[in-house]
Each structure stands twice: as structure tokens, then as C-alpha cells.
Design a protein around this ligand. Structure first.
Ligand SMILES: *[C@@H]1O[C@H](CO)[C@@H](O)[C@H](O)[C@H]1NC(C)=O
Ligand SMILES: *[C@@H]1O[C@H](CO)[C@@H](O)[C@H](O)[C@H]1NC(C)=O
Length: 560
């Protein structure tokens, strides 16, 4: 099994007619024979940031003790959220999933590492009026680095670590920092990391210094030269290691000119991934956040950025892959009761799927914990709704991943929206998983799925619903999943229908197949049980809901 996963091609037609009041049909065609895009096998990723407890936005301080420096690594819910999920098949251990974790954020470029050569005292961040982002330099104690690595190794997390890219530079005019990067502190830190055998999947260079930067910026030409230097250091320090970590940059907002220049200066064999950050919903206190999240046209505007990044990689750096290194939806720590509530998943899953269709290899959600956008509550460590979403997605993406489907359907009265994610189910049988998002507030959908593999790619009449025969035809066609369905007797599909408690989009409690998800008496994160539904029964999608539907035995040679 390769490390890369496949994304199939899809085809979808919307069925605009309203059959009964507020029920509409959607016609989905999936071409099981065509690859649309590929992701890394550990596509799903979450971040841990450096922000201390006294980082505040809009008179709120939403970070608590969730920093890389002080997050409570002994909290049992943290380990449970991160740890490897094992799958037992026929009583044999056959597979597992890892959560990818990216360590980084705004204060990253003010972090020094506590190695013997560091000549200054090792102290945490403190508020400093004229400091970058209002904070002083902070130091990562080597004992803390040991503890973090111990935690990651026990939980099986796949680690990306962001290196301070401002070290040694001088602040010039307009937030531009000049001069070459001083690699000495990073060199000793990476050397220590290698000597301890800590496994780092990827080293990333800098945070939001690209283009005009956020707080600070560095010219692309200088940045490129420094990356060549860092690549040399990694090659040198890992020369005796069986595997070499990836090198990623710049962990910043997309700027066509700056990213192009970076690829030109570094050339082949230096950068493995271009990491971009995305906050396309606006500020955490924007009163229109909810409206934007529920507007499919707004959500899909970001595809222009994905497309532009693809284009420059294709033209100037085909050896590098696109990553989303950090995406939190709303910037400045997110919005409370939006970023940490059910409604946020409409943005999150939409973008997760959209990014995959543009060949993004990894997508890191800001944050695993901390700020208003944490997958876990910063104080109780109890999962917020988005946690469960990524958990289901993650569960089903461990073997052959993901194909994301993406289409906007306009029905007569409502804008309906469907996005699909396709994975091979964990039971070892072929199949696909669909992620269906219904942004409509009133209409339900009945979805019909067909494999278009051996058909013309345009939608032909026989796939499009005929209103009169719709209900009748539904029984036969709604879950037609390919020739294998009848031959080996797997007659059920697995359905995960997710909705907010009491229908309130700003609820922080998620309901799965009608049951609220809550931490058990023993403090366990609830297991996520699908409903088993006969493959020939109609597939209903409720208003304002999100569903993962796993179809067994879908004939999809492209998944192989
Ligand atoms: C970390 O979490 C554990 C388990 O909940 C708790 O016993 C411990 O006191 C916490 N440590 C700190 C420093 O808060
Ligand atoms: C979403 O729900 C709305 C009503 O809330 C409905 O009109 C629409 O058909 C549904 N769309 C899908 C794709 O399920």
C-alpha cells in the first residue's frame, strides 16, 4: 500500500424539483475509475500553538494553558484525542491511524531553544509592549521538549515543528526584517533532537513571514537562501538516519509573487512542501461569521487561492506539494460559540474537502486545543463538535483516502450544497465514504448515488431523475453501488448523521444519529457508532446537517 491516497473523480447533478414539501432529490454520480487528486495518508492534522494564557483578543483571553510550553500532557483526554486508533480485523492487528500535529504559530519566530550553547537565560514569554505581537522572546526548556516528544511517541502523533526563522535578523522599516538567518540555535536544537532519536516528520521554517507578513516579513530571496542553508543542516544531521524529515515553508499567507520567488531561489531538492495559512472567514469578532459559514458561495471563493498555488507549483516547483499548514476559519483566536460550536463544521469540512480536490497533501486545523477554535475545550479538554467530525473522517481515511467531492446545487428555493469525501472503509472491503453537507435550513434531501465508471462523464438522461419515476426509481437506484454489491452479500451501508443538539447551530453538543455525544461517566470520549442501513433504502439528508455515508463494495478501481 503506497503512502499516497487517491481521490476519485465525481460527477453530480442536482435535482431541483421539490417532490413533497421541502424534500428535494440530489443525484450523485461517482466515477470509481478516475483519480481526481491525491492526499497524504495523514491528511488530517491539528496544531498546537505557542500563545500563553495572557494572549487576549476582544477583551477575552481564550488560550488558557494550552501552549506548547505548558499544555497539560498528562490529561487523559488529550492522549485519547491524539492517540493512534487501531483497527482489528479478524482479530489481527492490521492497521492504525495517526494524527498529524503541527507545532507552531505567531510566537514561533521569537522562540529560542534551551541547548548548552544558548548564552541567554531560558525564560517563558512575557508581555512586552514593543515586542513582536506584544510579547518578549520565549525559550523552550529542553526538559519540556523531552516531555513533548515522550507524549508524541506514546500517542503515535506525526510531528511537524516550526523553526524560528527570524533568529539573527534585524528589524528594519515597515515590519521587514533583514539580514541572514542565524542557524546556530536551530542547529544545536535539531542536533539534540536527532541524538535523542525523536521522530520529527517535518521541519517547517518560519510563521507568516511571507508576502507582506503578519507582524514581520522577510524578502523571498533571503528566505530562499536561508532555506538552502537549513536543508544543508538537515542533510548533515540526518545523514546517518534511515529517514530524512521533510522541509516545509513558509507557513504563511499566499502571495503569488513571493511564493514563486521562493521556489525559484530554492530550486529542486530543497522544499518538499509549501505551507499556506488560511483564515477566510474574517476576524473572530466579525458579526457576519455565521452568515459566511452558511453561504456556499462565500465558502468556495477560497478555491481561487488553492488554484493559484497549484499553478505556481506546477510551473516553478513540481517537486513540492501544497499543504495547508494552519487554517482556523476566523483569525484572532476564532469566535466563541461559532468556531467551537456545531456551525463551524460547515466551514471546516467544506474546506477540508475543497483543499483535497486541489491536491493539498495535508490540512492542519488551528487548533487541537487553545483559542476559540480548539477541537478540544481548553479547560476541560472535552471535545467540541469539530473534533468528532475530524475523528470520523480520520477513521475512514487510513487506508486509501480521500476523494473530495464538491458541488453546489441550487434548488428552487434553497441553496443546497453537497460535498463528498471518499475513502476506503476500514473493514478491508472496497468502498467509498461520502461526506454530505446540507447547508439548507429547511429542505431535506434524498440522495441517489451511481457509479459512472463505465458511462460517459457527462450526465446522461438516465442518471438524471425523472420526476414522475423518482420515488419508484429510488428504491432501485439510490444505493446502487456497483456490480459487487450483490455478489458478496454486504447489504448494509454505514451512516453517520451529525446534527446540533436541539437544532441550535451554535450548540456545542453534537448529536450522532439522534444521540448527543457526551463524555462517559468514566471520562471516556464516546465511541462513534454508525447506523447500519440496508443498501437499498433511500438515503435522507436532513436540513443543516452533515452526514458521512460509507458504502461497502463500491466498485472503485481508482482506490487501489
Ligand atoms: C494535568 O491533568 C491531570 C489529570 O487531569 C491532573 O491531575 C493534573 O493536576 C493536571 N496538571 C496540571 C499542572 O494542571
Ligand atoms: C439541505 O437542507 C435543505 C433544507 O434545509 C434542503 O432544501 C436541501 O435539499 C438539503 N440539501 C441537501 C443536499 O441535502
Amino acid at each position: 500500500m503506497g503512502s499516497q491516497h487517491l481521490v476519485l473523480c465525481f460527477l453530480l447533478a442536482c435535482f431541483p424539483s421539490i417532490l413533497a414539501q421541502e424534500i428535494a432529490g440530489a443525484n450523485l454520480g461517482v466515477n470509481g475509475g478516475h483519480v481526481l487528486a491525491e492526499t497524504d495518508e495523514n491528511y488530517v492534522c491539528a496544531t498546537i500553538d505557542w500563545w500563553p494564557h495572557n494572549k487576549c483578543n476582544y477583551d477575552e483571553c481564550p488560550w488558557g494553558y494550552s501552549s506548547i510550553m505548558n499544555l497539560n500532557l498528562s490529561h487523559p483526554l488529550l492522549a485519547k484525542a491524539v492517540q493512534v486508533t487501531w483497527f482489528l480485523i479478524a482479530d489481527d492487528l492490521i492497521a492504525f491511524t495517526h494524527l498529524r500535529v503541527r507545532l507552531g504559530g505567531s510566537l514561533e519566530d521569537q522562540v529560542v531553544y534551551d541547548v548548552p550553547s544558548l548564552k541567554i537565560p531560558c525564560h517563558p514569554f512575557w508581555k512586552q509592549h514593543d515586542g513582536l505581537f506584544g510579547f518578549s522572546r520565549g525559550c523552550l526548556h529542553i526538559g519540556r521538549w523531552d516531555a513533548l516528544n515522550d507524549f508524541f511517541s506514546k500517542t503515535g502523533a506525526v510531528i511537524t515543528f516550526g523553526i524560528n526563522a527570524l533568529y539573527g535578523r534585524k528589524k528594519s522599516k515597515n515590519g521587514v526584517w533583514v539580514g541572514p538567518w542565524d542557524s546556530s540555535n536551530a542547529y544545536d536544537f535539531i542536533k539534540y533532537t536527532v541524538s535523542k532519536g525523536y521522530h520529527i516528520d517535518s521541519w517547517e521554517f518560519g510563521n507568516e513571514l511571507s508576502g507582506s507578513g503578519v507582524g514581520a516579513s522577510v524578502e523571498a530571496t533571503q528566505y530562499g537562501k536561508d532555506l538552502i542553508k537549513l536543508n544543508g543542516i538537515i542533510n548533515d544531521l540526518y545523514k546517518k538516519s534511515p529517514s530524512k524529515p521533510l522541509l516545509l515553508a513558509p507557513g504563511g499567507f499566499f502571495s503569488e509573487k513571493w511564493f514563486t520567488e521562493l521556489l525559484k531561489v530554492t530550486g529542486p531538492g530543497v522544499l518538499n512542501g509549501l505551507t499556506q495559512h488560511i483564515y477566510n472567514l474574517g476576524a473572530g469578532n466579525d458579526p457576519n461569521l455565521k452568515k459566511k459559514i452558511m453561504d456556499p458561495h462565500y465558502l468556495s471563493k477560497i478555491s481561487e487561492t488553492f488554484s493559484a498555488l497549484n499553478k505556481i507549483i506546477h510551473e516553478h516547483g513540481p517537486w513540492a506539494h501544497a499543504w495547508v499548514g494552519e487554517a482556523g476559519g476566523a483569525y484572532n483566536s476564532g469566535g466563541h460559540l461559532v468556531s467551537d460550536a456545531f456551525i463551524d463544521s460547515f466551514w471546516y469540512l467544506d474546506q477540508l474537502g475543497l483543499a483535497a480536490t486541489y491536491n493539498t497533501k495535508v490540512y492542519c486545523r488551528q487548533t487541537l486545543i487553545g483559542g476559540n477554535y480548539g477541537l478540544l475545550d481548553k479547560t476541560t479538554f472535552v471535545p467540541n463538535p469539530d473534533y468528532y467530525r475530524q475523528e470520523i473522517l480520520h477513521t475512514y481515511s487510513f487506508l486509501k483516502l480521500i476523494m473530495a467531492l464538491y458541488i453546489i446545487c441550487s434548488s428552487m428555493l434553497n441553496v443546497a450544497f453537497i460535498q463528498c469525501t471518499f475513502v476506503e472503509p476500514f473493514n478491508g472491503k472496497e468502498g467509498i465514504t461520502l461526506l454530505l453537507i446540507n447547508l439548507s435550513k429547511k429542505t431535506s434531501f434524498i440522495v441517489k448515488l451511481q457509479n459512472t465508471m463505465n458511462k460517459d462523464l457527462h450526465i446522461s438522461d438516465d442518471i438524471i431523475f425523472k420526476e414522475a419515476s423518482f420515488t419508484r426509481g429510488l428504491k432501485r437506484t439510490v444505493s446502487w453501488v456497483g456490480s459487487k454489491a450483490s455478489s458478496n452479500g454486504q447489504l448494509h451501508r454505514e451512516e453517520y448523521h451529525l446534527s446540533p443538539k436541539e437544532g441550535r447551530l451554535q450548540s456545542q453538543t453534537m448529536v450522532l444519529n439522534g444521540k448527543p455525544l457526551q463524555i462517559s461517566e468514566h471520562g471516556d470520549i464516546p465511541s462513534l457508532e454508525p447506523a447500519l442501513v440496508h443498501v437499498y433504502s433511500p438515503l435522507y439528508i436532513s436540513p443543516s446537517s452533515i452526514s458521512f455515508i460509507v458504502f461497502p463494495n463500491f466498485d472503485a478501481p481508482a482506490c487501489k
